[in-house]
Design a protein around this ligand. Structure first.
Ligand code: ATP
Ligand code: MG
Length: 448
């Protein structure tokens, strides 16, 4: 456009120049051409301005666009950096994915192999015997262990019992007592559950009195008929102990304290009195007298006073239950019991007592360590040795017998007191025994 205007301007100027050479500038045609050339110039200038303006506008928009593009470039750079980071992360994750995939594939492969192996194996295996869950534990074998333990315990118990039996030197049975004392057994008294340790309040009702179940009472509260029968059995043995008649004076002796001398003396006296005869008990244990406690009578005056001449027999007689059973207590403790018991006064007293009573029983102190019992044994018609079951040493029973035999004592036999086998083998028989009412007076002599 501008170019065309410049062409037109050149044409107009050349026209103007040609005409101006011929005419004056004021010539209308020249003036016309001059105006035409001016108009073209003005047009060119306006056009040029317009072009400049449009170029400027284009420049501005280009600059704006450049800035926009620059901003976008910056954005793209940021994006590119982010992309780079993301690329790193991606690379890591991709590696992880690769390794997990490899792992997964190997596990999968292994599982497939195993499945195949199981398939292959199961095809070779057949169930021969199906496994059954046990109802009881297989180990330890309880029944066998219990049986074994029981057997071992039984063997151990038997061995211990045999050893104890072999090592225990104490008397247990009447056979042992007979064997070691080398004397006949007069009987055995069982171990009582309720021993008469205290004075016996039943004595006043002794003769003819009966327990609620009808059995007669002997000198103990033991309701066991085996006890009363055991004393009756000893009584019978004593009544039959000598061919010419029963001994009138009998000494009850033992080797040690607490073996049952006084209990045996008292019960035998009662048992003999129950036959109807008159019986005297002399407490010749001047060292530890206890007959008065057994018969619940006053303790003095007694034997000591008679032997020392302070009293006569009648003064010291303590009747129990009328006149059938009397007791002479020991009295005052003398300084010289052995001499007193071996004195002529003792002989005289025994002679006097024998004249008045059918049976005279003498209690005595322990024979080992004191001569009292041995001295007395030479004055009586018979000596009853008492041994205590599970207490008296077997060996010493033999020594006791030898001691009395040396003094030529009239040994009648041995009584095992507190014996294991006292009620055997007649236990059941004892339980049904009813000895009946007491015998009338004089029956003792008739029995003898
Ligand atoms: N068979 C028995 N059953 C139960 N206890 C008994 C038996 N024999 C005796 N006893 C008790 O043993 C203790 C001693 O008895 P006892 O007094 O008769 O013996 P002892 O030989 O006279 O004694 P000591 O020499 O001391 O006079 C008493 O308590 C008595 O009750
Ligand atoms: Mg005694």
């Amino acid at each position: 456009m501008l170019h065309e205007l410049h062409v037109h301007l050149a044409i107009a100027e050349s026209e103007y120049a040609r005409v101006a050479t011929q005419f004056k500038p004021t010539y209308p045609a020249v003036a016309e051409l001059g105006r035409k050339a001016d108009a073209i110039r003005a047009h060119i200038e306006a056009e040029a301005n317009r072009v400049v303006e449009s170029v400027r506008t284009a420049y501005r928009s280009a600059r704006d666009q450049e800035e926009r593009l620059r901003a976008r470039v910056e954005d793209q750079k940021g994006e590119a950096l982010k992309l780079k980071d993301a690329g790193v992360e991606y690379a890591i994750l991709a590696r992880e994915v690769e390794s997990n995939r490899a792992l997964y594939e190997s596990v999968l492969g292994r599982m497939k192999e195993m499945a195949v192996a199981v398939e292959v194996r199961s095809s070779n295996v057949s169930i021969v015997d199906r496994a059954v869950a046990p109802t009881a534990p297989s180990n330890p074998p309880r029944t066998r262990n219990v049986l074994l333990a029981a057997a071992l315990a039984a063997i151990f118990g038997i061995v211990v019992a045999l050893l104890r039996e072999a090592l225990d030197g104490r008397l247990k049975t009447t056979e042992e007592a007979e064997l070691w004392a080398r004397l006949p057994s007069l009987g055995a008294v069982p171990q009582m559950t309720a021993a008469p340790a205290a004075p016996v309040p039943l004595l006043p009702r002794l003769f003819g009195a009966r327990l609620p179940d009808g059995r007669p009472i002997v000198l103990c509260r033991e309701p066991d008929p085996a006890v009363t029968d055991s004393y009756r059995q000893i009584r019978t043995s004593l009544l039959l102990s000598r061919p010419g008649g029963p001994p009138r004076t009998m000494l009850v002796a033992s080797g040690f304290d607490g073996e049952g001398k006084t209990l045996t003396t008292a019960n035998l006296a009662v048992a003999f009195a129950q036959l109807g005869g008159s019986v005297l008990v002399i407490d010749a244990d001047l060292r530890r007298p206890s007959c008065h406690r057994f018969f619940a009578v006053p303790s003095g005056p007694g034997l000591t006073e008679v032997l020392t001449g302070q009293c006569c027999l009648d003064d010291v007689l303590r009747p129990v239950d009328g006149h059938r059973l009397s007791v002479v207590p020991a009295g005052e403790k003398p300084p010289n019991p052995t001499e007193l018991l071996g004195s002529a006064s003792m002989r005289e007293l025994l002679a006097d007592a024998t004249g008045r009573f059918d049976h005279v029983f003498l209690d005595s102190p322990a024979a080992f360590g004191m001569a009292d019992a041995v001295v007395l044994s030479t004055l009586v018609d018979g000596v009853v040795l008492v041994a205590r079951g599970r207490q008296t040493p077997r060996r010493l029973l033999g020594k006791l017998r030898a001691r009395f035999a040396y003094a030529r004592a009239p040994l009648l036999g041995v009584v095992l007191n507190g014996a294991d086998d006292a009620s055997e083998p007649y236990g059941a028989y004892h339980a049904t025994l009813d000895p009946g009412p007491p015998r009338p007076p004089g029956a003792a002599r008739r029995a003898a």
